[in-house]
Design a protein around this ligand. Structure first.
Ligand SMILES: [Zn+2]
Length: 219
């Protein structure tokens, strides 16, 4: 009897051990758990549309940005009812309060839009428009463009906490877009935060300006 029970226990253990393992929480990736690929990350890290012309001087940068847009055949047209700016073909539709923005704000906005025009020219108009409405395409377009917005803010000597708050606000907006598309945004958020926060450094000219201001106050 005892031998029989041992034999049954042995067979049961063997059978259970052969059952397919169910890992809790792990499921097949679906369109709702879209994952960024190595290619997406490599594209964003390569940052080919980085705008090295930004100096941090709002007046200079605004003038340069307007000239560069003009050279790309882009005209700025106010009256966008839905967004701060939309790069539609060769017309940059900016919101109707665009003119009320200060010079620094305009320079930040145009430095961002110039990245999109660079991407559009690199990828071709149709490819850019199509990919912009797919999850990875939107990510590839906006991560480098906002990286440029945040770099411009830093070069304008905006305090780090202000830029950090802008980063978090933008991550929330991106999350809303993905949730609207029924896509789990966790992975996007982690990678986006890592990339955007990588530029959080006070530029040298801002350190010097802060030191000068401190000395003037102490004198
Ligand atoms: Zn954008």
């Amino acid at each position: 009897m005892r031998r029989t029970l041992t034999a049954i226990a042995f067979v049961l253990t063997f059978l259970l051990g052969c059952l397919p393992v169910q890992v809790s929480g792990a499921s097949e990736p679906t369109e709702h758990t879209f994952m960024l690929t190595e290619a997406d990350l490599a594209y964003v890290e390569s940052d080919t549309c980085r705008q090295d012309w930004v100096t941090g001087s709002p007046a200079t940068d605004l003038e340069t940005a307007e000239t560069m847009l003009d050279e790309r055949g882009v005209r700025i047209k106010p009256g966008n009812p839905v967004a701060t700016a939309t790069a539609l073909a060769r017309t940059l539709r900016v919101s109707k309060d665009y003119e009320k923005r200060d010079t620094a704000g305009k320079a930040i906005l145009l430095s961002h839009e110039l990245v999109h025009y660079c991407q559009r020219d690199e990828q071709g108009h149709t490819a850019f428009e199509e990919s912009y409405f797919a999850s990875a395409g939107r990510w590839r377009a906006e991560v480098p463009a906002y990286l440029q917005s945040f770099r411009t803010m830093l070069l304008q000597c905006m305090p780090i906490p202000v830029v950090e708050a802008a980063i978090e606000k933008r991550i929330m907006t991106m999350r809303d877009t993905y949730l609207l598309w029924d896509i789990e945004p966790t992975q996007y958020e982690t990678e986006t935060r890592r990339i955007w926060r990588s530029v959080l450094d006070v530029p040298e000219h801002c350190v010097a300006a802060a030191n000068d201001a401190g000395q003037a106050e102490a004198a």
